[in-house]
Design a protein around this ligand. Structure first.
Ligand code: NDP
Ligand code: 2IT
Length: 466
């Protein structure tokens, strides 16, 4: 049968009678990417906050700036065949979204998780454009990954997968082109295997092609800790403006991976009490505080379920997920740090958090809060640190890793941490100033989007129609 879907879609776009430029772009993006709900959510979230800025710049419409901004420069999808320990051939999908290179080489992590698809990676790459702009460092926006599930795989299987993935990816990346790093399911082990294969194929020691490397072969000190630490530095600044501090606050953290662990470490250093953490099966809860070294042993070394925590600390409560949903938000706390994955906090959870008297939310994960939930939290005066700004410390330190690789020199932990703190503090101030200037005081969501967009739009306008 003749496929008329393209014709029908074009017709629909022509019939969109929305006159306002911003809304028209949102509508056409919806039609053109109808099967990509996460991507549409991310676009909507950003564009809907830009009105006060866009209205002052008619040249954006004249040059179709927004239409160009929501279309990736390049999307690469490839086959990743590999052989498992039983000798069976497995096939996964591999992706790299090269979204925007206006201010630097594409930069963003790789996610290995069975849920990975085009919509999720496009949302992550789109968010990354603004996040990377906020860091003030020369990095564009990208993201990639695979529906490969590292859970339950042997080290050899993970290595064979990474080698096959890189065999294709290597032709699309480079220290001045596109620089991947880690994200969910991709940590030091995976980056090591990916780097080894890249170096083998290229026969060149191009250290800056990947970040999050081991510190023995080009990795930056503090990169592993940077996302979690940066989140807490941002929270510290946000609380300070309201005359509050982290000390003695109760905290719940979702996830128990890279971001969650180092957010926990830093917030404990500031004297807060982390009472609950989770993984994709359940959560642990102890009013007297969580012992982070046990979490690190279970997650970083043994790669086991968080439930194992009870073997070491039997007085802790374990709550298994119910109907596939975490129960961690039933726990009352001053500060909530979602550090697992997207859309963890929906409207119903936001309502529960508000009625439990939550003071502040800091998004360690990317887009962990739905748009409805974000609005509700802001309306109810919850201090809200948006992902783009609050978790930007990770990619900022990746950019510092690239700088060190270019210089062929290393900074000490103290030096990198100091730079990280200064970058995150600057980001907070940029969000605060943009929010103030465009009439949405204390709304750091709008502040982050406007501050990021100001920089990207300026760079894109300077470079002509590309
Ligand atoms: P990890 O793979 O190290 O940890 C992910 C954690 O989230 C695990 O505890 C995982 O549990 C849990 N989780 C719960 N539900 C899900 C789900 N549905 N899908 C995936 N994970 C789930 O990842 P990171 O800590 O690196 O990343 C966490 C979040 O932070 C992501 O949103 C990522 O995009 C974001 N981020 C990461 C940065 C980085 O530098 N790594 C930088 C900025 C943002 P389980 O072990 O059971 O799978
Ligand atoms: O979402 C993110 O910012 C990351 N996963 C880190 C990206 C990077 O290039 O360090």
């Amino acid at each position: 049968m003749l496929d008329l879907s393209g014709v029908i879609e074009t017709k629909k776009i022509k019939n969109t009678n929305e006159t306002d430029y911003l809304n028209r772009v949102i509508e056409t993006t919806k039609i053109k990417n109808a099967r990509e709900p996460e991507f549409l959510q991310a676009v909507n979230e950003v564009l809907s906050t830009l009105k006060p800025f866009i209205n002052q710049h008619p040249e954006f419409e004249e040059t179709s700036l927004l239409e160009r901004l929501v279309e990736p420069e390049r999307v690469i999808i490839f086959r990743v065949p590999w052989i498992d320990d039983n000798g069976k051939v497995q096939v996964n999908k591999g992706y790299r979204i090269q979204f925007n290179s206006a201010i630097g080489p594409y930069k963003g992590g790789l996610r290995f998780h069975p849920s990975v698809n085009l919509s999720i990676l496009k949302f992550l790459a789109f968010e990354q454009i603004f996040k990377n702009a906020l860091t003030g460092l020369p990095i564009g926006g990208g993201k990639g990954g695979s529906d490969f599930d590292p859970k339950g795989k042997s080290d050899n299987e993970v290595m064979r997968f990474c080698q096959s993935f890189m065999t294709e990816l290597q032709r699309h990346i480079g220290e001045d082109t596109d620089v991947p790093a880690g994200d969910i399911g991709v940590g030091a082990r995976e980056i090591g295997y990916l780097f080894g294969q890249f170096k083998r194929i290229k026969n060149t020691y191009e250290a800056g092609v990947l970040t999050g490397k081991g510190t023995e072969y080009g990795g930056s000190l503090i990169r592993k800790e940077a996302t979690g630490y940066g989140l807490i530095y941002f929270m510290r600044e946000m609380l300070k403006v309201s005359g509050k501090e982290l000390k003695d606050k109760t905290v719940i953290i979702t996830g128990s991976g890279n971001v969650a662990i180092y957010a926990c470490q830093k917030v404990q250093e500031y004297g807060a009490n982390v009472i609950a953490m989770s993984d994709s099966n359940g959560c642990i809860y102890n009013r007297n505080g969580i012992d982070l070294s046990t979490i690190q042993q279970i997650k970083e070394v043994d790669r086991l379920r968080i439930k194992e925590y009870l073997k070491y600390h039997p007085n802790t409560e374990y709550m298994e997920n119910q109907n596939g949903k975490t129960r961690i938000f039933e726990i009352k706390a001053d500060i909530v740090l979602p550090c697992a994955t997207q859309n963890e906090i929906d409207l119903e959870i936001a309502q529960r958090l508000v009625s439990n008297g939550v003071l502040a939310i800091g998004e360690g994960a990317n887009m962990p809060t739905t748009i409805e939930a974000t609005h509700y939290l802001l309306e109810n005066n919850v201090l809200f640190a948006p992902a783009k700004a609050a978790n930007a410390g990770g990619v900022a330190t990746s950019a510092l890793e690239m700088s060190q690789n270019s210089m062929r020199y290393y900074w000490t932990s103290e030096e990198v941490d100091k730079k990280l703190d200064a970058i995150v503090t600057n980001i907070f101030e940029a969000c605060q100033n943009a929010a103030k200037e465009y009439g949405c005081d204390n709304n750091y969501v709008a502040g982050a989007n406007i501050a990021g967009f100001m920089k990207i739009s300026k760079a894109m306008m300077s470079q002509g129609i590309v």
